[in-house]
Design a protein around this ligand. Sequence first.
Ligand SMILES: Nc1ncnc2c1ncn2[C@@H]1O[C@H](COP(=O)(O)OP(=O)(O)OP(=O)(O)O)[C@@H](O)[C@H]1O
Ligand SMILES: [Mg+2]
Length: 459
Amino acid sequence: MNARILLADDDSSLRFVLSQALGKEGYAVRATGNVATLSKWVRDGEGDLVLSDVYMGEDCVFDALPGMRAARPNLPVIVMSAQSTVATALSAAGAGAYDYVPKPFDLDELMAAVKRALSGGPDAKTRAQASKAEKEERLPLIGRSAAMQDVYRVMARVSGTDLTVLIEGESGTGKERVARALHDHGRRAAAPFITLSLAGASAAQLDRDLFGAEGAFAQANGGTLFLEDVDELTSEAQTRLSGLLHSETARPNVRLIVAAHRNLATLMRQGAFRQDLFYQLNVVPMRLPPLRERRDDIGDLARAFLVRAKREGLPDKTLDASAIERLKGYDFPGNVRELENLLRRAAALSPAAVISAREIEHELMVATAPAAAAEGETAASFEQAVHERLTHEFSLAGSTLPAPGLYDRLLAEVERPLIVETLQATRGNQIRAAAVLGINRNTLRKKIQALGIRTGRGD
Ligand SMILES: Nc1ncnc2c1ncn2[C@@H]1O[C@H](COP(=O)(O)OP(=O)(O)OP(=O)(O)O)[C@@H](O)[C@H]1O
Ligand SMILES: [Mg+2]
């Protein structure tokens, strides 16, 4: 029997052209220009493949896809769209679309995608799984759990606008990643994306860091300003920020996205956050769920992180089913960041090509070890040493205070041995060292330079 294709597009001339072309290839085509008809056909068991536009009139096919998936889990879907927006990129993944073809498309490419989608034997399935992880790694956000789909829906709605977005979520849940995706797929994509943390900032610092001639607003001009840790503003700084946001002249052409670890509405009710500032920031609220509330995403994320590690130059590793199960059983207090770092470490250090529950167990033990009793002593004495070191510095300064820059000076003292020892353990391999440290390779390289660490390569 010839494969039956359900074609949905509200452009009738394109519908005509495509029907002709598909017919010539021997497919039986049914075409419609609206989402409701398409959904009905799918529920009625018609078609072997869906080829659909994203927007038809006011309707969006991504709203119907979850229902179609539920009714026909194995029905392949190809989505075509003229705009590569955050909506299309994310929704195609989140709604579980099989493939995504940007418009205008090359007819041959489209036919190839149709053939691929229809040739779904078990072989095609494994290949699809492997290439799925590669494809997903390039997506702005990974995860198709119901919780993440709520996030994508909000993102799709606001990405084309300049509305202020408030992203709440625990550390490592992907707040910055979401902010960046909104910027990259919005109309300000060509302009800068600037990040600034407001943790503990005083009013005077705000004036300088935000509104000064070289402040973040000036740097982000025309683009997006991402303000992190707004829940950690001092109360005088809250007053200041609210006033500055009110005066339109002080606020140039910048789209604002803000992030908080704690729920601002709760803080406001407790009297810890100014009401007027809350309403200025809480235009579009979005909550990023902790990873333990969407364990279904762990497998997809883990596989994609291995692809990323490989692309960064780490050995090619895969995960078996026991590994994924073990990961799903862990709570990930550090959320996606912790999962990503764990897989980087496993990719860098585990001897086997296939990572199984045993290797994961080992990595989890390494990650949680400092709490163990035997380590307690060194941890305490290390902290003690820092206290003593600081007491010394403060007493040296006498009635005055130490020279400015104490924070960076002290951290440099910790950073240097940290990096030197790690490089030694990896025999100078910076890719592995970065993985063990859980920092980006470029960050490591910059730090090596900034701290003047000799890398044993004569430089
Ligand atoms: N859905 C996701 N898909 C792929 N990578 C993700 C996802 N969520 C988070 N990550 C990755 O996890 C790491 C942490 O994410 P991010 O920096 O956005 O977290 P955050 O919420 O801003 O954390 P913090 O509150 O500590 O600043 C990053 O490397 C990011 O790329
Ligand atoms: Mg962040």
